[in-house]
Every structure is written in structure tokens, then in C-alpha cells.
Design a protein around this ligand. Structure first.
Ligand code: 6GU
Length: 233
């Protein structure tokens, strides 16, 4: 898969792209991330990319011309183009899966108050937010989307691991333990030491449900009722 990112701060991405699972996926050629410095597409002496909003108000808006030149250079009209903005659709695992299926994406990381609406109208296929809080720009959200997508690219993560994970099953994960058996006076639950796989499976599922009910009750709507006949909440 190929992802191109238009940003005023490409340097924020460099270490992130090298590290861990994503770094390996890139070295193996499974995912290509291209960083595009928006400022390279400015034409004036100061290489400015933003301006004051028409109608007044606080902050600055990313100007259409440099963005349009950058997006044209990336052939964005023929690729799935996502604008990261707090006004977008809330990102979840389903939306990540949809993005991966596009295979070729352009991400626009906004700054300031946002980008000129005509760029949205002309180039943007989807607007995505990573949550209901305000960040200073779309760079961290773009990294969030890239990392989440990279895990779904074939060959990056073992299928078995993917299936285990939170949210794919629509629930929060069960608690994990590793050695030692006792730490700070707390023992690993006996069932995990038993070697009894069916019992371990039941324990983990019960833990998932309890933890989901506690932390994310809205995720349980429908799921538990259907599989366990459990209707109380
Ligand atoms: Cl995509 N951008 C910004 N600036 N803030 C956000 C966001 C995006 N998602 C949540 N907060």
C-alpha cells in the first residue's frame, strides 16, 4: 500500500516511520509512506502557506494554491484523499479497514483553523477525526491512521494475532500476565498456569466482557445479548 502525507511538519514523522512493526513493514516494501512538505509548493519569497480567514475570526487558514499544487503533484484526484480534521468522521477499526482497501491514499494534515473549503470540495474524499479533543494539527492523527492501517496490510502481523486484538472482536482485551508468577505480592491467576485451554478461553472471555462493561459499555450493545443471553447491564 502507498500513503502520501501533505504536511508542514514532515520531520515529526521520520522516527515514527522507522520504528517497530511499521519500520519493518516499510523496509519489507509492504507499505510506502511518502512525506510531502507543503511549503515546497509555496511560490512567494516567504514560502507562506496560510492566510487570514475571510469574514474575520481567530487563527489562520491553509491557502488553496500551495495545497492544490501539492495535491496535483501527488495525483490526488485519482487517489483516495483523506483530510484529518477534528470535524471529520470518528476513526474506528472499520474505517481503518476501509482505508486499507483503497491501497493508495493521500493524507492532508491540517494546521491552524483548517484548510480552505474549496480544497475539501475539489480533492477530499473523506474527513477523519481521531477523537473528541483538540490537537494542534493533523500530523499525529495521520500517524495514528498510518500505524493502524499498517497492521492490516498482509504479512505485517500474523493473522492469529490480529484476530485476538481489541475492537476486531468489538470488545476490550482481557488482562495479560507474564513471568514472574508472583510480583509485588500479586499472583498470576491460577487458571492461566493450568494449561487447560478451554478454561483459559472461558476466563479470558469473561474478563473481556467485565472489562468492556466497566470501560466501554456502549460496545456491548448487541454483542453479549446475542452470544450469552445476557441482557442485564
Ligand atoms: Cl484529525 N485534527 C486535529 N487538529 N485535532 C484532532 C483531530 C484531527 N482528531 C481529533 N482531534
Amino acid at each position: 500500500m502507498k500513503v502520501s502525507v501533505v504536511t508542514l511538519f514532515p520531520e515529526l514523522f521520520t522516527e515514527f516511520l522507522e520504528a517497530s512493526i511499521l519500520g519493518r513493514a516499510r523496509r519489507e516494501g509492504r507499505i510506502e509512506v511518502e512525506l510531502v512538505q507543503l511549503r515546497d509548493y509555496a511560490t512567494d519569497r516567504h514560502r507562506s502557506c496560510d492566510d487570514q480567514p475571510y469574514g474575520g475570526g481567530p487563527g489562520m487558514v491553509l491557502s488553496p494554491e500551495p495545497l492544490a499544487r501539492a495535491l496535483d503533484a501527488l495525483d490526488a484526484r485519482n487517489r483516495w484523499t483523506v483530510y484529518l480534521t477534528p470535524s471529520g468522521r470518528l476513526l474506528d477499526q472499520r474505517l481503518v479497514e476501509e482505508c486499507v482497501e483503497r491501497h493508495s491514499l493521500v493524507l492532508i494534515a491540517g494546521r491552524y483553523e483548517g484548510i480552505d473549503q474549496r480544497i475539501v470540495d475539489l480533492y477530499v474524499d473523506d474527513e477523519v477525526s481521531i477523537g473528541d479533543y483538540v490537537l494542534s494539527g493533523g500530523e499525529v492523527p495521520a500517524m495514528v491512521l498510518i500505524e493502524a492501517m499498517s497492521r492490516l496490510v498482509s504479512g505485517v502481523i500474523r493473522d492469529e494475532s490480529l484476530q485476538e486484538e481489541s475492537f476486531v472482536a468489538g470488545m476490550v482485551e482481557y488482562p495479560h500476565y507474564t513471568r514472574p508468577e508472583e510480583f509485588a505480592g500479586m499472583r498470576v491467576p491460577d487458571v492461566l498456569l493450568s494449561g487447560h485451554h478451554a478454561q483459559i478461553g472461558r476466563w479470558r472471555r469473561a474478563q473481556s466482557i467485565a472489562k468492556t462493561r466497566q470501560m466501554r459499555p456502549e460496545l456491548l450493545d448487541g454483542i453479549v445479548d446475542a452470544t450469552e443471553g445476557d441482557t442485564e447491564r
